[in-house]
Design a protein around this ligand. Structure first.
Ligand code: CA2
Length: 148
């Protein structure tokens, strides 16, 4: 069985650590990738970490995960609230899927309150800052181990 966890990041997350640190912190996405890779390695897993600003590219990564991944951790960013196409792609991926947000979206403006993804996610992690990614890796290995 695959031991690869796909960690997928949507639009503007390439700017992490460069803008709006009061909301998203000062850790860069490259640092988050390094931490995820190290955490996964400690737990006997690998990480395929990606970021895109394009909806179609995100969907194609989800399709690729169908063949290659034991789980998906996804921060769809703004596509969380707009993309039925990302929702439909995730529905085709049977193994565990964790929806992750760095900020507590429910403490923000109402446009950030209604996720299209949450109803089909196995689990949701919101508001842990950049640490949420490592916590999600830990959680994903447990979901994979128990087969859901
Ligand atoms: O908190 C999160 O992880 C979000 O998914 C981030 C999205 C936002 O649309 C979601 O509601 C919550 C926005 C990502 C924008 O990323 C930036 C990073 C640095 C500076 C500016 C934007």
């Amino acid at each position: 069985m695959s031991k690869t966890i796909f960690v997928l990041n949507g639009p503007n997350l390439n700017l992490l650590g460069q803008r709006e640190p009061h909301i998203y912190g000062s850790t860069t996405l490259a640092e988050i990738e390094q931490r995820c890779t190290a955490k996964a390695r400690d737990l006997g897993f690998e990480v395929d970490f990606r970021q895109t600003n394009f909806e179609g590219a995100l969907i194609e990564s989800i399709h690729e995960a169908r063949q290659k991944a034991c789980g998906i951790i996804i921060n769809p960013a703004a596509f969380t609230f707009t993309s039925i196409a990302v929702l439909d792609a995730l529905k085709t991926f049977d193994p565990p899927k964790i929806e992750l947000h760095i900020s507590n979206v429910h403490a923000r403006e109402s446009i950030y309150h209604k996720s299209l993804i949450s109803p089909i996610a196995t689990a949701i992690m919101i508001g842990f800052g950049a640490d949420g990614y490592e916590l999600a890796i830990q959680a994903m290995t447990q979901l994979v181990a128990r087969g859901r």
